[in-house]
Design a protein around this ligand. Structure first.
Ligand code: ADP
Length: 389
C-alpha cells in the first residue's frame, strides 16, 4: 500500500511517500517558498538528495511538482492508495484520526481560531491534494489527538468556567504523533509493555513540548490551547505572566497583530540571545562567552527540568525519560545538563552512550534507577500508520 504523507505550511509543503508493506520511505522532500519568485524544491530518492529552484506560485503547482518527481521514480506505473495529512488542531471534537469529509474540512477551517498560523495552511493542503487525487481516501491526523483524553484538571484553565465552555478554551497539547511514537519506541527499548510504564517524553526542537505519558496515554503536556504555551522555544516565548501582554501593548503601543508576532516570532531563544533561534548557533555563541546566548541556553535547560520535575509528581514516579526532536536527539550537552539534576532520582547517565552513541538508544547505565533514552521522532511514519489504520 502506497501512502503519501503531506504536511502543508503557509508557504511550504513537505512530503513523504511510504510503501507500508514494510514501512519503507521511498522518497521525501519539501517545496519551500511557495508563492515567491525563488521557490526551492528539495527531495531525496534512493538515498540521493537533490535540490532545484524555480517559482511555485501556489500549493497546487507545488504538489504537481512533487507528483512529477515521484513519477520519475517510485510512482512510475504505480498509484497512490491514500493520502495522510498532518493537521495541527483538531479542536474539542477530534480525539482520533479521521477520513476527510466536507464536514471535517469545515471543522479544520473553524479551528483556525485556535491555530491561525497552522490550520488554514493544513486545510489548503488537503483541498489541493483532494483535487489532484479525488479518487483516493484522505486522512487527517491531528497533532492534538493524543492529548484528547487529558483529565479535566490537566486541561482546564483558571478562568471563568462558562467562558472555557463557551469557546472551547482548554489545554489541547501538540506534537501528539511525536509523543505517541516516542513513548511506544521507549517501551520497546526497555522490553516492557507500554501499558505498564510511566514515561516523560521531551520533544525539544524549534517547537518544544513535554508530555507525561501513563500507560501509553497522555495525562499532561506543556503546550496549551495553542503551541505558544510551555517551554521557551526557538522564537516562541513559552509561558509568561499573561499581564506582560497587556503591559507591552500599553507601553510599546502594540496592536494584537504585533504582540502575536512578538510572542511567536521574535521571542524565545532568538529574542533572549539576539543571536539566533537555532540551538546550534546558541551553543556555539555560548561557548565563545556570549552572555545572552548562555542565558538563553540555561533558560531552556531549566524550563525542561521544571516540566520533568512536575511530571514526576503528576505521574507519581517515572520509569523513563525520553528525548527527541532536533535538539533533544542531537544535543548531548542538553541531555547531560538536565540529567545532572536528576541524580536524586537515581539517574545514572552513561556518558559514552550519551555523547558518542547514534540513533535510538538508552543513555543510562544498567544500574540507573530511571532509564533515559534518545529516540529520533518519526511523525511522518505515524501519520502513514494512522492513514492505513
Ligand atoms: P522543528 O520543530 O522545526 O521540526 P527540529 O525538531 O528539526 O525543529 O529542531 C530544530 C532545532 O534542532 C534547531 O534549534 C537546531 O539548532 C537543533 N539542532 C539540530 N541539530 C543539532 C545538533 N547537532 N546539536 C544541537 N542542536 C541541534
Amino acid at each position: 500500500m502506497l501512502v503519501l504523507v503531506l504536511n502543508a505550511g503557509s508557504s511550504s509543503l513537505k512530503f513523504n511517500l511510504y510503501d507500508m508493506t514494510h514501512e519503507d520511505s521511498l522518497a521525501e522532500g519539501m517545496a519551500e517558498r511557495i508563492g515567491l519568485p525563488d521557490g526551492i524544491f528539495t527531495w531525496t530518492m534512493d538515498g540521493v538528495k537533490r535540490e532545484d529552484s524555480f517559482p511555485m506560485p501556489d500549493h497546487g503547482i507545488a504538489l504537481e511538482t512533487i507528483i512529477a518527481r515521484l513519477q520519475e521514480g517510485p510512482l512510475k506505473g504505480e498509484r497512490i492508495h491514500a493520502v495522510g495529512h498532518r493537521v495541527v488542531h483538531g479542536g474539542p471534537k477530534y480525539g482520533d484520526s479521521v477520513l476527510v469529509t466536507d464536514e471535517v474540512l469545515r471543522d479544520i477551517d473553524a479551528y483556525a481560531m485556535y491555530a491561525p498560523l497552522h490550520n488554514p495552511a493544513n486545510a489548503l493542503g488537503i483541498r489541493t491534494a483532494k483535487q489532484v487525487f479525488p479518487e483516493v481516501p484522505h486522512v487527517a491526523v491531528f497533532d492534538t489527538a493524543f492529548h484528547h483524553d487529558l483529565p479535566p484538571h490537566a486541561y482546564t484553565y483558571g478562568i471563568p468556567y462558562e467562558l472555557s465552555q463557551k469557546y472551547g478554551i482548554r489545554r489541547y497539547g501538540f506534537h501528539g504523533s511525536s509523543h505517541s511514537f516516542v513513548a511506544a519506541r521507549t517501551a520497546i527499548l526497555l522490553c516492557r509493555p507500554l501499558r505498564a510504564l510511566k514515561i516523560i517524553t521531551c520533544h525539544v526542537g524549534n517547537g518544544t513540548s513535554i508530555c507525561a505519558v501513563r500507560h501509553g496515554r497522555s495525562i499532561d503536556t506543556s503546550m496549551g490551547m495553542t503551541p505558544l504555551q510551555g517551554v521557551v522555544m526557538g522564537t516562541r516565548s513559552g509561558s509568561i505572566d499573561p499581564s506582560i501582554v497587556e503591559f507591552l501593548i500599553e507601553q510599546e503601543h502594540l496592536d494584537f497583530n504585533q504582540i502575536t508576532q512578538l510572542l511567536n516570532k521574535k521571542s524565545g531563544l532568538l529574542g533572549i540571545s539576539g543571536v539566533s533561534s537555532d540551538f546550534r548557533e546558541i551553543e556555539i555563541a555560548a561557548n565563545q562567552g556570549n552572555e545572552r546566548a548562555k542565558l538563553a541556553r540555561d533558560l531552556l535547560y531549566n524550563a525542561v527540568r521544571k516540566f520533568i520535575g512536575s511530571y514526576i509528581a503528576v505521574l507519581n514516579g517515572v520509569d523513563a525519560i525520553t528525548f527527541t526532536a532536533g535538539i533533544g536527539t542531537n544535543s548531548h550537552t542538553l541531555r547531560a545538563e538536565i540529567c545532572k539534576n536528576l541524580s536524586f532520582l537515581g539517574v545514572e547517565l552513561d556518558p559514552v552512550a550519551n555523547e558518542h552513541g547514534t540513533g535510538e538508544r538508552l543513555i543510562t547505565t544498567s544500574a540507573s534507577k530511571v532509564a533515559v533514552a534518545v529516540v529520533p521522532t518519526n511523525e511522518e511514519l505515524m501519520i502513514a500508520r494512522e492513514t492505513v489504520r
